[in-house]
Structures are given as C-alpha cells and as structure tokens.
Design a protein around this ligand. Structure first.
Ligand SMILES: [Fe+2]
Length: 270
C-alpha cells in the first residue's frame, strides 16, 4: 500500500502560464525550463514563433503577450479553450515599470488563487484597517472579476484603497490598485513547478505622475513595500491545510463560488 501523502495534492488546472520572458528566448537558442514536473525544450523557429516540446512527448502552444512567454498547459494535451486577452501584460505609456518580483513557494495554485477573496485575511495578514467590501466575484467563462474596497497605509499614506482583479484562468491575474499615494498595475503570474512548488512572478507598474522625482522615489520603494507585504502570505500558504468543505463564516468571502468557477480548469477531476 502506498503511504498516505502528507499534503493534499491537486491536479494542474489547465490554462495559460508564464514560462519566461521574451528576452530569454533568443532565435536559434534552446531553453529547457522545468514546470509542471516536466522539462520543456523551447525554441524559436525561423518565423520567430515559439513551441514547447515536453518531456512527456507532448508539444504545447506558446504565445507572447507584452514581454511574457506564455504556455498553454493541459495534462490531457487538449487544445486551448481560451486565449489570453490582448491587453494582458501590455505596457501602456502612462505606466512606469517598477520591475518584477519573484518567489518560489511550497504551495499549490488553487490555494494561492483563493487568497484574493479571503476577505478576512486582509486585516490580520496585510494590516488593512477594515475587512474589504467585496463586489463579485463576477464570472464570464474562463474569466473572473472581483473588486475590493478598504483602507490601509500605502507608502506611508493612510488612504482608501480600491482593488480590481481580473483572472484569466488561474495563471494570469491582472490587478489595478487605486489609492491616494499611487495607482498600481500588478500582473500576477503563478506557474506550478511541480505538485509541491509554485513560481510566483509579480510585475509592478505604476501610473506616471507629473513629478519625475516622485516617480523615482516610488520606483525605488514600491518593490520593497510590495515584497514586505506579500511575505506575510507565504508562511500561511506553506503551512495551511486545504479543506474541501471548509467551515466558513461570512467574513471569509466567496471561496465556495471561486472553487466552483475554478472547477472548469480541472479537466481530470473525478
Ligand atoms: Fe494575501
């Protein structure tokens, strides 16, 4: 008899996932990233297109959005059921790039995607002043939108905060954060490395102001502030037990609705 697994493992949800950045995949060069517990041989053909040949013998579609290289993963190798929107990871002129943050976390993608609708944790984990008011989630096939409104300190300023999150599957999440200190565009791209680990890439951009000095200060402080805040989630994800039928109170937010929507991506689910 095989031993009981220590942690609950999930199948990989199908969808588009970041496997690198455009600049890493040069013409004629072979890259071999490892995600989903497989190696992928990724190279550009003469036409500049990318394809990913997996160590499981399956070739998977790859496309680029902005400066991101995205691969469609479905363990059954079915055709993509959606395409990421053209606005995903596009860079607008009014946004200043504040770089990427990256973490390697011992958790799974389902757990991490539930974080945004777990409204109570914003107070206890992220020191928001009040439990966010939540609008949504609103579902549209592979998309989910959720809006949150609360108060907190941002870059030393006490301010109301409005967060709008848009999921395209579980691998591509774009968030806009509006507050008195700065407007943010946060692109969040979790990719499973294997059943135990996730690579989380967060790209930070903020709205250009009329002051170059202010923008330079924000650019320097923002990654530090976001990383400091995000660090509080990581030990929780790494130690938390997943309950299929959680006992929830109203302040826990619409976790059950999110799970129902996410169910569409688990093609192998029994
Ligand atoms: Fe969180």
């Amino acid at each position: 008899m095989p031993a009981e697994p220590a942690r609950l493992t999930f199948p990989y949800p199908r969808g588009w996932y970041r496997i690198g950045d455009t600049a890493e995949f040069k013409n004629g060069e072979l890259k071999t990233p490892r995600y989903f517990a497989r190696h992928f041989r990724v190279h550009r053909n003469g036409a500049g297109e990318l394809a990913a040949h997996g160590s499981d013998g399956i070739t998977r579609p790859v496309l680029e959005r902005g400066s991101r290289v995205l691969m469609y993963f479905d363990s059954m190798a079915n055709e993509p059921t959606f395409t990421p929107s053209s606005t995903f990871a596009s860079r607008f002129r009014e946004w200043v790039d504040a770089g990427d943050l990256k973490w390697n976390v011992r958790s799974n993608i389902q757990e991490v995607s539930e974080n945004s609708v777990d409204t109570a944790h914003f107070i206890f984990v992220h020191r928001y002043d009040v439990i966010p008011k939540i609008d949504g989630p609103h579902f549209d096939r592979h998309r989910m939108r959720v809006n949150l409104e609360s108060y907190r300190k941002v870059l030393f300023v006490d301010t109301p905060v409005q967060i709008a999150l848009e999921y395209e599957g579980l691998g591509l999440i774009v968030g806009t954060v509006h507050n008195r200190a700065v407007d943010l565009l946060v692109t969040y791209m979790p990719t499973p490395i294997d059943e135990e680990r996730l690579e989380l890439t967060m790209s930070l951009q903020f709205r250009r102001s009329s002051s170059r000095i202010k923008d330079a200060i924000i650019k320097a402080l923002l990654p530090w502030e976001v990383a400091r805040d995000f660090k509080h989630d990581i030990p929780i994800w790494e130690n938390k037990k997943y309950h299929h039928r959680p006992v929830l109170c109203s302040a826990d937010g619409p976790i059950v609705q999110l799970r129902r929507w996410a169910g569409q991506f688990y093609v192998n689910r029994s």
